[in-house]
Design a protein around this ligand. Structure first.
Ligand code: GLN
Ligand code: ZN
Length: 767
């Protein structure tokens, strides 16, 4: 039995890579400095795994920016527009693809970036053309293998599988399918493997996570021909066909038929697949059990894992089993040992957690425990693990009877407003008296350096609560005056008190904890530090009422209360693994519901519940979408339904594909939805028109991701397009998203133009 770690975080324990990358981009350090820092991280990671006794340690899991981009670079899948930077060094060209390049008269845009399966990691999308050629341009897999070897560590190189690589890419022109490129890519792929084998690699990990998705037509047969060719060429190399993030489902037979010796399956995401896989595994194949969760922060339940290993052993025997992480540890924070501030993370909760470094040890420990021969230290670790698991199961910190009861007692009608929208609409229009094409914004106003410095000073103790609050009140007052003078109809307070739309609520809710160094890579040098939901969630006290009420006291216009929705709060946190996510989501929903009711009671007539992450929570397989919608939509509705008809509930989403989930969006039954639209030139609205979206809708007319100020004419043109597909009585005028990353200057100019646009439309279309 071998221990198998699928990949290790590369950002460095204290985000060294982020810092080095950014320093290099700013010209503050040289290329040599950056490479030296990168090597330090790589070697540190390998040694750490070697010392823990891991047998299958990954190489080529490092990346300066992204592993998919690395592979594009390796096989020379470089879009033509980057010919303009061909004179630059390899590293410069690589970063140009990741980030674009605008210097010395060269202006080339970055490659597109999108979410890696259902994680919060973003990869650089490969771009393919009909005449796409590949060649081995830059053998990074070999270089990394050799670097490890030179440092005394034998590794298992990781390669992205050909099919997953192609399928996650994009055709940049018509007339071909990217699947057709497999044949052309194969010889280059074989060349890479050949070089690795020559250099001494015995085992190679081939990542084919696409096998857990619904496969497009023809993919199955191309999977077969591709891997038959590879296996035939290297009969003495051990390939681990690696799948993760889900079960193989209807691709299981295909997967088992591919002639690679070892199959890795994710038993954290899809434990139910073990029985069938054991049943069908051909006699000559080995199985790598993905038992240690690469995507969450909880200690492994070693006892439960050992039981699964035993089960596998009984069926296929110990020498056909590997034990590993469920997926790469890329998605875990680095090292729990750094968390030594008990004010941030208490010892009681810390003992339930394991980050990447600790997970590596768990993998190794599992191989020992499976053989029933732990040494004294290992036996002690096992006991410790069991103790922690038992403590967690019964901890009063986690379990709040009242919260559990309340979820259990959610009644039939709790996810329904009192009346249908047609009736609510009349009550709201009477209460708010808004004009045709009402204007509003999405919530946040610029988070200036000044505003952020107040928060930093307050956290450090340099500002008292009273001083901090007063500064915030001044900022709110200024923003209200600005909105009034701009003649916006539904105002916002500006969200100046919030660091982040999830963390802010996390800090106020019971059941959440935080870390100091729990960073994970989101994309390139960007890292996030998701808060951790460890226990039953409830509200200690009102969270936002103070600010909304204050803002409302300053004006006769309606001020919109701003909340983050339950699904988004769930999605952007590390979530407890001891109960279904749906259960945790309902708990959050009830807490938000209470806040909504309190806002209404405080005189707030319009309340927005943001759900920008509702789409990214979608299961990987279409067949599971309905079950997800069932609880996710319900959670939103529970949060939104505690109020009177006359209170107007808004929601906001900022992603670009509504087509396949428009019915679910309608089922949320928000009175008004604001969405990102301007960059797609309102194309997104077609589906709202076709479907006859019943409630009100504000298609964004101002792209807030750009410092550009759109003109009145542009915004008018966008609205005219919207009017063509959606009845004018249903339309609002607003930006794409919150304005917190913008400067005041451009914000003011853009919002002036936006209001002018609405006024012109009223003059033209009003009776
Ligand atoms: N209300 C939030 C804001 O304006 C919404 C942010 C988001 O959609 N991501 O900042
Ligand atoms: Zn948004």
């Amino acid at each position: 039995m071998k221990s198998n770690v699928l990949g290790y975080p590369r950002i460095g324990e204290k985000r060294e890579l982020k810092k080095a990358n950014e320093a290099y981009w700013e010209g503050k350090i040289s290329q040599e400095d950056l490479v030296a820092e990168a090597n330090k991280i790589r070697i540190h990671n390998w040694k750490l795994q070697q010392e823990a006794g891991v047998e299958l340690i990954s190489s080529n899991d490092f990346s300066y920016y992204d592993q998919m981009l690395d592979f594009s670079f390796t096989v020379n899948a470089i879009p033509e527009r980057f010919a303009s930077v061909s004179k630059l060094s390899a590293l410069e060209r690589y970063f140009a693809m990741a980030r674009g390049y605008q210097k010395d008269g060269i202006d080339v845009t970055a490659m597109e970036m999108t979410k890696w399966f259902d994680t919060n990691y973003h990869y650089i999308v490969p771009e393919f053309t009909k005449n796409q050629q590949f060649k081995l341009a830059h053998n990074k897999p070999l270089e990394e293998y050799q670097l490890a070897k030179a440092n005394g560590v034998e590794t298992k190189p990781v390669l992205i599988g050909i099919l997953t690589y192609l399928l996650l890419g994009k055709e940049k022109e018509a007339g071909f399918s990217r699947l057709d490129l497999a044949e052309r890519l194969l010889p280059v792929y074989i060349e890479i493997i050949e070089s690795l084998v020559k250099a001494g690699a015995k085992t190679i990990q081939i990542d084919e996570p696409y096998l857990v998705l619904d496969l497009p037509e023809r993919a199955a047969s191309i999977y077969r021909t591709t891997y038959e060719a590879i296996a035939a060429k290297f009969p003495n190399t051990e390939f681990i066909l690696t799948t993760y993030f889900g079960g193989l489902g209807d691709n299981l037979n295909l997967t088992l038929s591919l002639p690679l010796q070892v199959l890795h399956i994710d038993l954290v995401r899809a434990p139910q697949q073990l029985d069938l896989v054991l049943e069908l595994l051909p006699p000559h194949k080995k199985l790598s059990l993905g038992l240690v969760d690469g995507r969450n922060v909880w200690k492994n339940d070693l006892e439960a894992s050992v039981a699964l290993i035993d089960k596998a052993e009984a069926k296929i025997g110990m020498d056909r089993i590997y034990v590993g992480t469920s997926c790469s540890l890329l998605h875990s924070p680095c090292n729990l040992e750094l968390e030594n501030n008990e004010k941030v993370l208490t010892l009681e909760i810390k003992q339930w957690l394991a980050f990447a470094k600790q997970k590596v040890k768990e993998v190794q420990l599992l191989t020992v425990l499976a053989f029933d021969n732990p040494n004294a230290e290992e036996a002690a670790s096992y006991e410790e693990n069991k103790r922690a698991a038992a403590a967690r199961r019964t901890s009063t910190l986690i379990h709040d009877k009242a919260v559990k009861e309340r979820v259990k007692n959610i009644a039939e009608g709790d996810d329904q407003r009192k009346s249908p929208f047609s009736k609510r609409k009349l009550a709201q229009h009477a209460a708010l008296g808004l004009p045709l094409f009402p204007t509003t914004t999405i919530g946040s106003f610029p988070q200036t350096t000044e505003v952020r410095s107040w928060r930093a000073r307050f956290k450090k103790g340099d500002l008292t609560q009273a001083e901090y609050d007063e500064l915030l009140e001044q900022e709110i007052e200024e923003s209200i005056r600005f909105q009034e003078s701009t003649d916006i109809d539904v105002l916002v307070h500006g969200e100046f008190e919030r660091n982040d739309m999830v963390e802010y609520f996390g800090e106020l809710l019971k059941g959440y904890t935080f870390t100091k160094f729990g960073w994970v890579q989101s994309y390139g040098s960007r890292c996030v530090k998701p808060p951790i939901i460890f226990g039953d969630i409830s509200r200690r006290a009102a969270m936002t009422v103070r600010w909304s009420k204050y803002a409302q006291s300053l004006t006769n216009r309606p001020v919109k209360g701003m909340l983050t929705g339950p699904v988004t709060i769930l999605q952007w946190s590390f979530v407890r693994d001891d109960q279904p996510r749906s259960e945790t989501c309902l708990q959050i929903a009830l807490a938000i519901r209470d806040e909504v009711v309190d806002l209404e009671r405080a005189g707030i007539k319009v309340i927005q519940i943001d759900e920008p992450a509702i789409r990214e929570g979608l299961p990987l397989r279409k067949a599971e979408w309905a079950a997800y919608f069932d609880w996710a939509i319900k959670a939103f509705r529970i949060a939104a339904s505690g109020v009177e008809d006359k209170t107007q509930i808004h929601t906001h989403m900022c992603y670009s594909e509504f087509n396949d989930m428009i019915e679910a969006i309608a089922a949320m039954d928000a009175d008004v939805i604001t969405i990102e639209c301007s960059r797609s030139q309102m194309e997104l609205l077609d589906v709202f028109g076709e479907f006859k979206y019943p409630n009100e809708i504000g298609p964004g007319v101002y792209d807030i991701h750009s410092p550009r100020v759109p003109s009145e004419e542009e915004m008018t043109a966008l609205m005219e397009k919207a009017i063509k597909v959606i009845p004018k009585e249903q339309l609002w005028v607003n930006p794409d998203c919150g304005l917190k990353t913008r400067h005041w200057e451009e914000t003011k100019a853009a919002l002036h133009a936006m209001v002018a646009t609405a006024k012109k439309l009223r003059a033209k279309y009003g009776k």
